[in-house]
Design a protein around this ligand. Structure first.
Ligand SMILES: [Zn+2]
Length: 347
């Protein structure tokens, strides 16, 4: 038995010394220590030995086992060192591939392009940008806009509320559902006459599909002055549609309920595909609903510190993504935020 152990020792020490790669060493390790490996099988024969022999063989076996394991580890270190040395000695030279990399230039996202066009159009009429926070209070997003807690109109917006632990925070925090959270803020900061544009992201707890996204852009104007009327609303809607979609797009107002305006209006544009004749996209009506608007509710003006007997105002909002879908003929709203370069490169 002793000879057998010494044989294994000599045989494998040789193999280890001659090994040239880490992979080869792994193989040797398995031959020795793996299941049914040389050192795995041997102890099974110890039961046949006399106890005297076992007392000799046991320590020898353990010693050889340790020696072989150490030899493998040492050799691993040597091979690694040699590999590093080779790499260090290697001189890297880069050969030109003879291929020219495809030239690519970036450009603005289609929705950003549309937003910029929109900002341009209304800047020309003296509107100025006004920013409102993305995370806001229930007060600015709903209550001051004539939508108190429990009001059925709240169901119009699927809202994402925030669990906040801010002390003395009376009004609940939420992700703003519309840019209208800037209306009363603007009224309180600026005095009429005022023309402001509120623009940027809004958030809804939506089921996503081809026409709904949880994060969406909104563009809204608030125009307050003496004698502002629905006629201004009609004019501004047409001005915008024609600026973005083409000179022949007319606008029409339909009664529509929004709690912060009275009267409220759905603003339709003449269908850009059939120009009013009726097609699949407009459901045969010849018109597409493009914006929501109305005369600012007297209570909302009061909340903003403005006397509704002296001033009147309009609020008018549009979804830039929806406008971009129409302008560029995009069928799925989710493509805009997909990050898909093949899609984005087209615009
Ligand atoms: Zn149509």
């Amino acid at each position: 038995m002793e000879d057998k152990i010494r044989n294994i020792q000599t045989q494998y020490l040789n193999k280890i010394n001659q090994a040239k790669s880490l992979k080869e060493l792994d193989g040797i390790f398995l031959q020795l220590f793996g299941k049914n490996g040389a050192l795995d099988l041997l102890p099974k024969e110890f039961s046949k030995l006399s106890s005297e022999e076992r007392r000799k063989v046991g320590p020898l076996f353990n010693q050889v086992k340790q020696d072989l394991e150490k030899a493998i580890n040492d050799k691993r270190g040597v091979i690694r060192e040699e590999t590093y040395q080779k790499l260090a000695d290697e001189k890297l030279t880069f050969q030109p591939l003879g291929l020219e990399a495809r030239k690519r230039t970036g450009h603005l996202h289609p929705v950003t392009q549309l937003l910029n066009e929109t900002l341009d159009l209304f800047s020309k009429l003296g509107f100025e940008r006004f920013d409102a926070p993305h995370i806001d209070t229930d007060e600015y997003n709903f209550e001051l806009l004539n939508i108190p807690e429990g009001h059925p109109a709240r169901d119009l917006w699927d809202t994402l509320y925030i669990n906040s632990k801010i002390k003395n925070q009376k009004s609940k925090l939420l992700l703003r559902t519309h840019t209208s959270n800037g209306q009363v803020r603007a009224m309180r900061q600026l005095k009429p006459p005022m023309r402001v544009m509120i623009i940027d992201r809004c958030f809804r707890y939506e089921n996503l599909d081809a026409r709904h996204e949880h994060t969406l852009e909104q563009f809204e104007i608030v125009y307050i002055d003496k004698g502002v009327s629905m006629a201004n609303l009609q004019y501004l809607s047409e001005y915008f549609f024609q600026g973005i979609l083409g000179k022949d797009i007319k606008a029409r107002l339909r009664p529509k309920y929004y709690p912060f305006v009275e009267p409220g209006a759905g603003v339709d544009g003449l269908c850009i595909f059939c120009k009013g004749k009726g097609c699949n996209v407009c459901g045969g009506t010849g018109w597409l609903e493009l914006a929501g608007a109305g005369m600012i509710h007297p209570q909302v003006l009061k909340n903003g510190g403005i006397d509704p007997k002296e001033y009147s105002g309009i609020a008018w909002g549009v979804g830039p993504e929806r406008m971009a879908m129409l302008k560029y003929g995009v069928e799925d709203i989710r493509l805009f935020k997909s990050g898909d370069l093949k899609f984005l490169e087209k615009y």
